[in-house]
Design a protein around this ligand. Structure first.
Ligand SMILES: Cc1cc2nc3c(=O)[nH]c(=O)nc-3n(C[C@H](O)[C@H](O)[C@H](O)COP(=O)(O)OP(=O)(O)OC[C@H]3O[C@@H](n4cnc5c(N)ncnc54)[C@H](O)[C@@H]3O)c2cc1C
Length: 318
């Protein structure tokens, strides 16, 4: 494990994150991929001390057609019994503590997670080298990872580039693009995890809400305009909660790595390097399964993905 800054320096560094699947009413294969990913993620997080801040996430409709879409998704046979249910306005109000004109899609197996707890638990016993990888070159049947001065940081049998948006600078894939995001958080009142385009999630001492999406922007400085936008997004759905927010809190910016087809990049590239990036806004759901997939490829073990799905996420698919 080689880390330029510190674990959690990038997108995985917010006080809370939603582990929610990409919902796809049309593409059964992708629905199945995310259903299996959620199953893997949920079991791992539930077994990680301090990782779970909330069980279940309510997806609220953004448009009239979402009602029919939610019903179609809940009916997909890929989900565990009871994992996806359409709930009515009264049930949504009961969960959120304020009136909701429409119900929503209750994703019982989704989780609100605390990234810091996951990083701490999963990195226990793993030496983390502090260095920025500037280039990677073949060394016989191994790989040299070099810093900006051309010094060898480490020589390895296999390399997995998991540097988020940083993968692009390192490997010039040409398929990743950056989407800057800011989230804000406040101490005090909290609420169950809820998503509607915007989202709100419980943290250890309050709640986190957001998030902005600015394509092509990699500036990591927080902006007041983004904080205002996040507050407006929260107010539009949960006005009573927004009115009770304390003034104490914080905010942070990171860059998402996204792809044209909104699917991750995971697997072996034609040059022999492995990549696990392009996780977009779904890393907490999809990364554990894809991590097992990439590890299986390296170890020569059976992948948890069928070949058709391995192809859909392959670094060479573009
Ligand atoms: C505001 C915001 C809110 C989000 N909310 C959610 C959410 O609720 N749920 C969700 O699933 N996802 C969310 N995301 C997306 C989230 O960022 C990804 O899902 C996930 O955290 C990406 O993980 P990663 O390990 O691929 O990359 P990162 O977490 O970004 O980790 C990459 C690491 O690589 C290091 N690095 C980079 N370049 C190099 C190099 N050359 N050498 C060595 N190290 C390097 C960085 O320092 C960093 O620590 C959010 C993103 C943003 C911006």
């Amino acid at each position: 494990m080689i880390e330029a800054d510190r674990p959690g320096a990038g997108g995985s560094g917010f006080p809370a994150g939603l582990a929610t699947p990409r919902l796809d009413a049309g593409d059964a294969a992708i629905a199945g991929l995310y259903a299996q990913a959620l199953e893997t993620a949920r079991h791992l997080y539930d077994a990680t001390p301090g990782a779970v801040l909330g069980r279940g996430v309510l997806q609220l409709p953004q448009a009239e057609r979402d009602r029919a879409r939610f019903a179609k998704i809940a009916d997909q046979p890929v989900w565990r019994e009871g994992a996806m249910t359409v709930i009515d306005a009264a049930a949504a109000e009961h969960r959120l503590g304020e009136a909701q004109a429409d119900g929503g899609l209750m994703m019982a197996d989704a989780r609100v997670v605390r990234p810091a707890a996951i990083l701490e638990a999963w990195l226990e016993g793993t030496p983390v080298l502090s260095a920025t990888v500037a280039s990677i070159r073949r060394a016989g049947d191994r790989w040299d990872l070099l810093d900006a001065q051309g010094r060898i940081i480490v020589t390895a049998d296999a390399v997995v580039a998991t540097a988020g948006w940083g993968v692009e600078a390192l490997l010039e894939t040409g398929v990743l693009s950056p989407v800057r995001g800011q989230a804000d958080w406040r101490d005090g009142p909290s609420v169950e995890g809820t998503a509607w385009g915007g989202y709100v999630a419980p943290t250890v001492g309050g709640l986190l809400y957001g998030a902005t999406h600015t394509r092509g922007d990699v500036d990591l400085t927080p902006r007041d305009a983004d904080s205002r936008q996040n507050l407006e997004t929260l107010k539009a759905r949960l006005p009573q909660l927004a009115a009770r927010l304390s003034q104490e809190g914080g905010r942070r910016v990171a860059v998402r790595a996204t792809t044209r087809d909104r699917l991750p990049v995971a697997g072996l590239r034609s040059d022999g390097l492995h990549i696990l990036s392009g996780l977009g806004s779904r890393g907490f759901c999809i990364a554990p399964l894809l991590g097992e997939h990439v590890a299986a490829l390296i170890a020569g073990q059976p992948s948890p993905l069928p070949a058709s799905l391995a192809e859909r996420v392959s670094p060479d698919r573009f």
